[in-house]
Design a protein. Sequence first.
Length: 462
Amino acid sequence: MNKLLTGLLAASAMVAGTLTMAPSAYAAPVSGLWTNEAPLTQNYVDGRAINVGVRFKPKKPGVVTAIEFYKGTRDTGIHTGALWSSTGTKLGAVTFTNETASGWQSATFATPVVLAADQTYTVSYTSPRGIFSRDGGYFSGRTINSADGALSTVAGNTGVYRYGSQDAFPTASRGDANYWVDVAFQADDVPEVLPPAPVVVPPAPVVVPPPATPGGLLVCPTNGTGGAFTDRFNQSFTAPAGGTSQFHIYAAGIDPTKPVGLLVQLHGDGAYEFGRPSAGKLLSMAAIAKERNMILVSVKSPDRAGSVTWWEDAGVNVPFLQALLDTEVYGKYNVEKNKVWLSGYSGGAEFISLYYVKRQHHTFCGGGALISGGGSVTQASPAVPFTSGFKGNFRMHFYTGQDDGVGSPINWNGYTAAQSGATQWRDRGFSVTTDFPAGIDHYELDEPRVLREQLAKVYPLR
């Protein structure tokens, strides 16, 4: 998989700037249809602008993080790529930059594109001069599997093309040709490759419902001591399993003689809001949390490849966040673990819905999540099964504008992601509500207002 080691594990421009991510020792394996292969004919001359591609299907649910194509020395000009559903819906688009003179080229998506298992997709790129790699008879009715078996080509009309200088869904096929277009695919397999849990994680995960109190909340142990009830910004933390970053903690004014809750806020890509701890969103959220005697913790992702993002490197980001909460919050404050709320925007929303709740739900007992500007999810089962008690005590509210999609300020359909995520979590038996206002795009969400409304439904002021 050497051709995939440069420019993969995609990027997002969901808040402030385009992000990229370097491979990690703990990242999910990256699959591609080809490893070190190269085409025999690298400068096939047609002379007309053309979209060429390959039809494929994943064997597991997961995400495509990048598009790749093999470039010949004469294939010059601006190249774009696209990923398509079986019916021709464009699921994502990229523009290739910093290309080499020849060889495999890679361009990352603005956000990963979620794919379902055993569904047919097409990956394509546009050659503006009509000079591209083409090996006729390559497929000859056979299918090609990725080295790890996560991907396969679709038999029959595998290599496809369509003339035109703009991205267009290619459907024509001739001569069983391979046009050498590929994807970087990450299956939802991270639980099998995560590093060992930090020593501070409770040794026995909760796999049965704790007893319910008369009020319906679950009983969770609380034993933290020694935390200062003050506001502290830009605190540094290094997780035992790897990863170093900063966090803000808002604890001034919290009454330790009363039950203390926790609100965890995860930034969008670029960490715009994290960089402004004394203004705007974080200040508003801190005030809202304090109204209900909840500590607010805002955490900056340890991912630093290109920029800062939560959703890319789940194999590092998940254990990092859990170690930080175990050490700096649960270990230092007497937090009621049935009153743990997560609030994520954009990349943070994706992280909560895709990874954190599924993999770390056994570390707390209840609360909820405000998932804003996204919220993809896969149907893969969690390593620790959800209990009926947790499902009954953890609420999810998806909040995304209907204009948060392709054609909005970012080229990513957060609205579609949120709709799909809400449906899948509801199908799992969770309490899910949605708010999809019309005329609102990715940058116009009022998360503090919605957070206050959601908390008020569960923890009314007395």
